[in-house]
Design a protein around this ligand. Structure first.
Ligand code: BMA
Length: 832
């Protein structure tokens, strides 16, 4: 099989010059501009300086016309005679977004209307020796959606955002392209995976899947299924290799689709484990059929979801890998950029490694984005990050006419076999919040039955049915949130079964203590917003806009009540920040506090609760949001907090009931911690130690141990406004601290900690030693203008112990520059 590279520079022009003239005159005088494929049209227009950067200021508003018009991409290329005689020309497109008509040399080859499908066309005799021209005509997805809406027998409601495109739910395209409560409306168009032009002589491997079956301790059978599309009837040599086992033979093929099955016995196999449990061992699976070869990686592991009903009617949601119940710790993933041309492998690597570095073992691919690129799942396999995979439906009703359902079925028949063999793939979930969304809209409330039936037709009738057929070994989970199959409970508030989306603290305006009001089994979404780092704010707002109510700061906040909720909670918990920079800092402290309270508490209830995935890991443009890593890759303070609150072993103190402190030690790791020592110390903000309790213990693997209850009402001498509890858990290879203030920070009489720092150069970075005269809280280091990650951040320090942290810059920086740019924030300083 030969291939011809048709990627790289294409030419981009509007379909109708006059139609776009009111927004852009460039094309009245110029025919076209270059556009790189794989890539997107907005990025090409941006590179040619035809549109302004939508991530800056309010410029998102100025580029809306791009997605509302039609565009043409074309490429002229040469084909050798020898190629044409070598085989039949097949054109394959993946991640083609979305409404596209393909022409070759002026003749129509095909029409595309689903970004999530793989499209394959036989170019037949249209491809000629010599010069050929391929054109992709993109119809505006919004225009198409509006047209489709007019043909609907009844309205199909969907969620809308401050800047939003209409009827996003009618087109099979990333739903968040139409704007979201954290994302811009950029109706991207383009092709985001390399276009393949192949010349098929013998045939083409259409699909390769592998099911692993545990046969003994380290013995596994691998059932490998191949779908081969043969050009003609023929006999071909086939060879398969996996984990030291090999099979070969000659297969007689008929013309068209052939199914070939192999069963390999693999011995002395090492298992694949999620992060924190062991090594994520992978084995290459190599297949050749005739002259064509392909490869994928296989991990041997069992994975099941435990959801058995309990006597009291409760139902857990537990991921069990290789026989071990795993507490799922992680976050939610959204597309990493609103401009899909920027989905580069290094950014996937960085973000997913940041998850591992923060002690996570699971990531949820949220249903409003993408079935992600291969690189995402490859990295999750390597890093041991389990993937909760939503299907791409979110916060909306969807059509259920025959064409729409057929399109969804085709998309799943491509996506399920593509993804199912990744050992990281833990769960298929039908959608994000579509079930709950039925009660969000007037039409669907008024005509409930109609929309429930539609929901079921799509979700169980197509999505669930196809997944169960193609991947029967894996659990199908109807929706997130959900109480499980055939149960339609309100999993926003009912904590007894399945996964919850607990949004009372953010969307319902409740205080952080509300996290203590539920005893969930698994929380797959809950979150609290913060502002990004000042460096990131600088990327979109000029200094005169550095005020929360300026038009630019408001524009980069897509949740209409967002800034008010952040402010409201400042008034609940903190003294008011003294400057814009302190406000950004405090917002991140507050976000980290909210997530810490929730996650620490739920972890203590293990094994009742067996998972917490906060909303959300990343941003797709620079914005105020629930993310723990901002658009430019800066770890917000929440991400540092996550590294601590997701530590396998952690001492925890919380005050659920006023004046009653509960102290726990949690160890969700696979190993017992021998000879651990927990100290629980009362200290004052003047730096005095009051009493101290000590516990010697072995912390069992996967345990949560209640250590003591402290009733402050009985400890009259303790002045809560002046006291905090300091926890330390220590063993031979463990040292971890935690704190609990006995009053809200705004009521606590913190003293000026007089923070000092010393900086020195180390191999690959810098070391910062931080010390104080009085206890310092929420100490945060920031290297302004320098990207990189600190080894620890958002910590407390006591006068008796200094803290040493290291910083690894992503680019070369001198010691002098680092010192100049290093800023140290702390809680006392935020209001002074
Ligand atoms: C959820 C998500 C998203 C949304 C987030 C914050 O429920 O599923 O749709 O962005 O809340 O509002």
């Amino acid at each position: 099989m030969q291939t011809l590279n048709v990627n790289g520079i294409w030419r981009l022009s509007p379909l109708d010059n006059k139609a776009i003239a009111p927004y852009c005159q460039y094309f009245l005088e110029h025919e076209s501009i270059p556009c790189n494929l794989p890539g997107d049209i907005h990025s090409a227009l941006l590179a040619a300086e035809i549109i302004a950067d939508p991530y800056i200021g309010q410029q998102e508003l100025d580029i809306q016309w791009v997605g509302q018009h039609d565009w043409v991409l074309s490429k002229t290329f040469n084909v050798d005679d020898s190629m044409l005689t070598a085989g039949r020309a097949i054109l394959t497109l993946k991640m083609a977004d979305t409404i596209i008509t393909i022409h070759l040399n002026g003749e129509e080859v095909g029409r595309l209307d689903n970004q999530f499908r793989r499209w394959r066309f036989d170019l037949g005799d249209i491809l000629k020796p010599g010069e050929n021209t391929l054109t992709l005509t993109f119809t505006s997805a919004e225009k198409k959606a509006v047209e489709l809406a007019e043909t609907l027998p009844y309205p199909i409601p969907y969620s809308e955002y401050p800047v939003s495109a209409k009827h996003r739910n009618l087109v099979r395209k990333s739903q968040c392209h139409s704007g979201w409560d954290w994302g811009p409306c950029i109706l991207a168009m383009g092709v985001y995976e390399p276009i393949e032009l192949s010349f098929i002589d013998e045939g083409i491997i259409e699909e390769l899947t592998c099911d692993t079956i545990e046969m003994g301790k380290d013995q596994w059978d691998a059932v490998v299924r191949v779908i081969y599309n043969a050009r003609q009837e023929q006999s071909l040599d086939c060879r398969l290799m996996l984990a030291g086992s090999e099979q070969e033979g000659t297969v007689h093929m008929k013309q068209g689709l052939n199914k070939i099955e192999f069963r390999l016995q693999c011995k002395q196999v090492k298992r694949w484990w999620p992060h924190g449990e062991g090594k994520a061992t992978l084995y290459p699976l190599q297949l050749s059929v005739g002259s064509q070869q392909t490869e994928k990686r296989i991990g041997f592991r069992t994975l099941l979801l435990r959801t058995e009903a309990e006597p009291d009617g409760g139902k857990p949601l537990v991921f069990n890998v290789n026989g071990r119940d795993i507490f799922a710790k992680g976050t939610n993933w959204i597309p990493l950029d609103a401009l899909p041309g920027r989905l580069t492998p290094d950014r996937y690597e960085y973000l997913l490694q940041s998850c591992v570095d923060a002690n996570m073992n699971m990531i949820r691919v949220w249903g409003g984005g993408l079935y992600e690129k291969d690189v995402f799942y490859d990295l999750c396999d390597e890093k041991g990050l389990l993937v909760w995979q939503d299907c791409m439906f979110s916060c909306s009703m969807y059509p259920t006419n025959a064409e729409f359902l057929a399109s969804v079925e085709a998309e799943l028949r491509y996506q399920v076999p593509r993804l199912k063999d990744h050992p990281s793939l833990a769960l298929w979930c039908g959608n994000n919040e579509d079930l709950g969304a039925i009660s969000w809209y007037e039409e669907s409330r008024k005509n409930h039955i109609r929309y429930v039936i539609d929901y079921d037709r799509l979700n169980e009738g197509v999505v669930g049915r196809v997944i169960k057929e193609l991947d029967p070994g894996r659990q199908w989970w109807p929706s997130s949130p959900s109480a499980g199959e055939n149960d339609y409970s309100d999993n926003w508030h009912d904590d007894s079964k399945g996964d919850m989306h607990f949004w009372s603290v953010w969307h319902e305006g409740k205080s952080f203590e509300e996290y203590y009001s539920i005893n969930p089994r698994f929380v797959s979404e809950f979150g609290f917003q913060s502002f990004p780092l000042l460096d990131t704010v600088k990327s979109y707002a000029t200094e005169e806009m550095w005020n929360l109510t300026s038009k630019v700061m408001e524009h980069h906040q897509k949740n209409p009540r967002g800034n008010s909720i952040i402010m409201e909670n400042f008034t609940r918990y903190y003294r008011f920040p003294s400057s814009f920079a302190q406000m950004l800092y405090l917002s991140q402290v507050q976000q980290a506090k909210a997530m810490k309270m929730a996650i620490e508490y739920w972890r203590t209830t293990m094994p009742h609760c067996m998972g917490a995935l906060y909303w959300q890991l990343n941003d797709n443009w620079p914005v105020a949001s629930w993310s723990s890593i901002d658009y430019h890759g800066n770890w917000k303070l929440l991400h540092y907090a996550a590294k601590r609150f997701y530590s396998p072993a952690l001492p925890i103190a919380y005050m659920k009931e006023d004046g009653i402190v509960e102290v726990y030690v949690v160890n969700d790791g696979p190993k017992e911690i021998k000879d651990a020592k927990l100290s629980v110390k009362f200290c004052t903000y003047e730096g005095k130690k009051l009493n101290k309790m000590e516990y010697h213990m072995d912390c069992k693997a996967r345990s949560s141990s209640h250590m003591c209850t402290i009733n402050l009402h009985k400890k009259r001498k303790i002045d809560r406004e002046n006291t905090f509890i300091y926890l330390k858990l220590k063993s031979d290879d463990l040292y971890i601290e935690n704190q609990l203030m006995l009053e809200k920070p705004k009521r606590s009489n913190l003293k000026n900690p007089g923070i000092k720092s010393e900086v020195s150069k180390t191999a690959g970075g810098f070391s910062v030693t931080v010390s104080c005269t009085y206890p310092a809280f929420e100490v945060a280091l920031e290297a302004e203008g320098i990207s990189g990650v600190f080894s620890d951040n958002l910590f407390a320090i006591r006068p008796t112990a200094q803290k040493v942290v290291t910083f690894k810059p992503r680019e070369e920086v001198s010691l002098e520059d680092f010192k100049k740019q290093l800023k140290i924030y702390d809680l006392w300083g935020s209001s002074h």
